[in-house]
Ligand binder design. Sequence first.
Ligand code: PLP
Length: 286
Amino acid sequence: MSVILYNDTFLTREQGKVDMEDRGYQFGDGIYEALRVYNGKMFLLDLHMKRLARSARELRLTLPYDTDHLAENLDKLIKENKMENGYVYFQITRGAIARKHRFPEKPISCVLTGSVEETSQDEDLHAEGIKASLVDDIRWLRCDIKTLNLLGNVLANQDAFEKGADEAILHRDGVVTEGSTCNVFIVKDGTLITHPANHFILNGITRIFVLELANRLGIPVEERTYTTEELLNADEAFITSTGVRVTPVVQIDDHLVRDGKPGQITTRLLDAFNQDVDQFITETLV
Ligand code: PLP
């Protein structure tokens, strides 16, 4: 039986009930994070907690308790579920109160819920690459906040799926922003190019980590906007996220990315990423 985190307590999945007037349910008024767990330990935990604190600040949402205590609770959640490999998901909403758009006048308690999903250790590896589809980015202008409001992403993802693709690559008037669930990188003439971390994209934890790996490997990086035309003419393309590490994009709609095979720089970054995951797993054994 799976165990969930509910505010500061642990319940069975069946006991975890959220009020119908919860603002997360009614408005998507809340934030979330999803972390990868390898060998029972959360990967890149500090970066996720930093981003959570930022999302909370941007939405003027007071966390029910500090991120150190939250990390302890998530650790317990993993142990309670005896999970070795998989994901931890948690969200925090502004709480439950009679429906009104404006914030509650008197402070009410946030509602924090967390759960785990067990997978195999390498479930997030797709080294052979995926097919993507270009979709209009119709989302709001604060995509940098990891909010529960994901309808623009949901519709784009479904659109891509119905076109036979694994992921949607979003663009605003021909400028590539990110994927529906990931960040997007291209490689041109040996340089790694990705959209700058501003209000148009979520600054992915994996994106941050991959930029660090590129720096370590001496791969030149440009954080700048690029067009769908540059994407289609790129030497390589790949996506990054907690759920897919570094995954090559080998086809975009009917167009092959170069020869339709994972590129060299993509593969170098993926290998470096995997080595760091292996090292992380080894360290957790000590
Ligand atoms: N961009 C969007 C829209 C996402 O939903 C995600 C992941 O959920 C990412 C980027 C990648 O973020 P991360 O690397 O932190 O998983």
